[in-house]
Ligand binder design. Structure first.
Ligand SMILES: [Zn+2]
Length: 163
Protein backbone atom coordinates (compact mmCIF):
# COMPACT_ATOMS: atom_id res chain seq x y z
CA UNK A 1 0.00 0.00 0.00
CA UNK A 2 1.10 3.56 -0.73
CA UNK A 3 0.31 6.13 1.93
CA UNK A 4 0.00 9.86 2.12
CA UNK A 5 -2.38 12.77 2.15
CA UNK A 6 -5.57 12.55 0.11
CA UNK A 7 -4.07 15.07 -2.35
CA UNK A 8 -1.39 12.46 -3.12
CA UNK A 9 -3.94 9.78 -4.06
CA UNK A 10 -3.85 9.17 -7.85
CA UNK A 11 -7.64 9.08 -8.05
CA UNK A 12 -8.09 8.87 -11.82
CA UNK A 13 -5.46 6.10 -12.06
CA UNK A 14 -7.19 4.10 -9.34
CA UNK A 15 -10.67 4.81 -10.68
CA UNK A 16 -10.40 5.64 -14.41
CA UNK A 17 -14.17 6.12 -14.72
CA UNK A 18 -14.18 9.15 -12.39
CA UNK A 19 -15.15 12.45 -13.93
CA UNK A 20 -13.44 15.65 -12.79
CA UNK A 21 -16.63 16.46 -10.90
CA UNK A 22 -16.59 13.05 -9.14
CA UNK A 23 -12.93 13.52 -8.19
CA UNK A 24 -13.70 16.96 -6.74
CA UNK A 25 -16.56 15.40 -4.76
CA UNK A 26 -14.21 12.73 -3.34
CA UNK A 27 -11.76 15.47 -2.34
CA UNK A 28 -14.51 17.39 -0.54
CA UNK A 29 -15.66 14.26 1.33
CA UNK A 30 -12.08 13.33 2.28
CA UNK A 31 -11.59 16.91 3.48
CA UNK A 32 -14.47 16.57 5.94
CA UNK A 33 -12.92 13.37 7.32
CA UNK A 34 -9.48 14.95 7.59
CA UNK A 35 -11.00 17.94 9.40
CA UNK A 36 -12.91 15.66 11.82
CA UNK A 37 -9.76 13.79 12.84
CA UNK A 38 -7.43 16.79 12.83
CA UNK A 39 -5.08 16.88 15.79
CA UNK A 40 -6.17 13.49 17.07
CA UNK A 41 -4.49 11.03 14.78
CA UNK A 42 -1.75 10.91 12.21
CA UNK A 43 -3.42 8.21 10.13
CA UNK A 44 -2.64 8.36 6.42
CA UNK A 45 -4.78 7.54 3.45
CA UNK A 46 -3.60 4.32 1.86
CA UNK A 47 -4.03 3.02 -1.66
CA UNK A 48 -2.83 0.22 -3.91
CA UNK A 49 -2.25 1.00 -7.59
CA UNK A 50 -2.10 -2.71 -8.42
CA UNK A 51 -5.74 -2.79 -7.34
CA UNK A 52 -6.85 -0.18 -9.86
CA UNK A 53 -8.32 -3.20 -11.65
CA UNK A 54 -9.99 -6.14 -9.91
CA UNK A 55 -7.07 -8.11 -8.42
CA UNK A 56 -8.70 -11.51 -8.86
CA UNK A 57 -9.62 -13.96 -6.19
CA UNK A 58 -7.65 -13.52 -3.03
CA UNK A 59 -8.34 -13.90 0.64
CA UNK A 60 -10.32 -11.12 2.24
CA UNK A 61 -11.61 -8.03 0.54
CA UNK A 62 -8.98 -6.24 -1.56
CA UNK A 63 -8.75 -2.56 -0.61
CA UNK A 64 -8.11 -0.03 -3.38
CA UNK A 65 -8.20 3.08 -1.18
CA UNK A 66 -8.80 3.53 2.49
CA UNK A 67 -8.32 5.30 5.76
CA UNK A 68 -7.81 3.46 9.04
CA UNK A 69 -8.17 5.61 12.16
CA UNK A 70 -6.98 3.64 15.19
CA UNK A 71 -7.22 5.08 18.65
CA UNK A 72 -5.28 3.20 21.28
CA UNK A 73 -6.11 3.56 24.93
CA UNK A 74 -4.19 2.37 27.95
CA UNK A 75 -4.35 -1.29 28.86
CA UNK A 76 -4.43 -2.48 25.25
CA UNK A 77 -7.85 -1.10 24.49
CA UNK A 78 -8.61 0.03 20.98
CA UNK A 79 -11.24 1.80 18.93
CA UNK A 80 -10.87 1.73 15.16
CA UNK A 81 -12.73 3.47 12.34
CA UNK A 82 -12.39 2.49 8.69
CA UNK A 83 -13.41 4.05 5.40
CA UNK A 84 -12.44 1.89 2.44
CA UNK A 85 -13.10 1.49 -1.26
CA UNK A 86 -12.97 -2.27 -1.80
CA UNK A 87 -13.48 -4.85 -4.53
CA UNK A 88 -16.23 -7.29 -3.69
CA UNK A 89 -16.42 -9.11 -7.07
CA UNK A 90 -14.96 -8.69 -10.55
CA UNK A 91 -15.87 -5.22 -11.70
CA UNK A 92 -17.70 -4.50 -8.47
CA UNK A 93 -16.54 -1.77 -6.12
CA UNK A 94 -18.09 -0.91 -2.78
CA UNK A 95 -17.47 1.63 -0.07
CA UNK A 96 -17.13 0.04 3.36
CA UNK A 97 -17.31 2.03 6.57
CA UNK A 98 -16.84 0.25 9.88
CA UNK A 99 -16.24 0.90 13.56
CA UNK A 100 -14.65 -1.79 15.66
CA UNK A 101 -13.44 -2.19 19.22
CA UNK A 102 -10.95 -4.40 21.01
CA UNK A 103 -12.50 -7.60 22.39
CA UNK A 104 -12.66 -8.20 26.15
CA UNK A 105 -14.71 -11.42 26.02
CA UNK A 106 -13.51 -14.51 27.91
CA UNK A 107 -12.68 -15.95 24.50
CA UNK A 108 -10.41 -13.56 22.64
CA UNK A 109 -11.88 -12.50 19.30
CA UNK A 110 -9.29 -9.70 18.87
CA UNK A 111 -11.83 -7.14 17.65
CA UNK A 112 -15.58 -6.77 17.08
CA UNK A 113 -17.32 -4.71 14.42
CA UNK A 114 -19.83 -2.58 16.32
CA UNK A 115 -21.19 -0.65 13.36
CA UNK A 116 -20.72 -1.05 9.63
CA UNK A 117 -22.12 0.24 6.38
CA UNK A 118 -21.43 -1.17 2.90
CA UNK A 119 -22.58 0.75 -0.15
CA UNK A 120 -22.23 -1.15 -3.40
CA UNK A 121 -21.37 1.02 -6.38
CA UNK A 122 -23.55 0.59 -9.43
CA UNK A 123 -25.98 2.37 -11.66
CA UNK A 124 -27.94 3.74 -8.73
CA UNK A 125 -25.01 4.71 -6.53
CA UNK A 126 -21.90 6.39 -7.87
CA UNK A 127 -18.52 6.06 -6.19
CA UNK A 128 -18.66 9.73 -5.23
CA UNK A 129 -22.14 9.31 -3.66
CA UNK A 130 -21.08 6.19 -1.74
CA UNK A 131 -17.83 7.79 -0.62
CA UNK A 132 -19.66 10.88 0.60
CA UNK A 133 -22.13 8.75 2.57
CA UNK A 134 -19.26 6.74 4.07
CA UNK A 135 -17.38 9.93 4.96
CA UNK A 136 -20.50 11.29 6.66
CA UNK A 137 -20.83 8.13 8.73
CA UNK A 138 -17.16 8.27 9.69
CA UNK A 139 -17.21 11.95 10.66
CA UNK A 140 -20.31 11.22 12.78
CA UNK A 141 -18.40 8.50 14.66
CA UNK A 142 -15.39 10.76 15.07
CA UNK A 143 -17.61 13.48 16.55
CA UNK A 144 -18.91 11.13 19.27
CA UNK A 145 -16.99 10.65 22.52
CA UNK A 146 -14.25 8.15 21.80
CA UNK A 147 -15.29 5.63 24.37
CA UNK A 148 -14.80 1.99 23.39
CA UNK A 149 -16.81 0.78 26.40
CA UNK A 150 -19.80 2.82 25.26
CA UNK A 151 -19.59 1.11 21.87
CA UNK A 152 -19.25 -2.30 23.52
CA UNK A 153 -22.27 -1.66 25.76
CA UNK A 154 -24.37 -0.71 22.73
CA UNK A 155 -23.31 -3.91 20.98
CA UNK A 156 -23.92 -6.07 24.08
CA UNK A 157 -20.23 -6.89 24.50
CA UNK A 158 -18.40 -7.21 27.83
CA UNK A 159 -16.60 -4.07 29.04
CA UNK A 160 -12.86 -3.71 29.36
CA UNK A 161 -11.48 -5.58 32.35
CA UNK A 162 -9.29 -3.54 34.62
CA UNK A 163 -6.25 -5.43 35.85
ZN1 LIG B 1 -15.06 -10.93 21.79
Amino acid sequence: MMRGAFDDVPLTTLFPFLTAEDAASLHRAAGTVDAARAGRTTAFWEWALERAAFPGTQAGTPIALGLDVIEHAEGGDQLEFLLQVVWTDPGQLAVDTAANVACWCKTDHATHDVDALRLVIGEETSLSDAFRAGAERLTGWLADPHDADRWRAKAGLPPRRMS
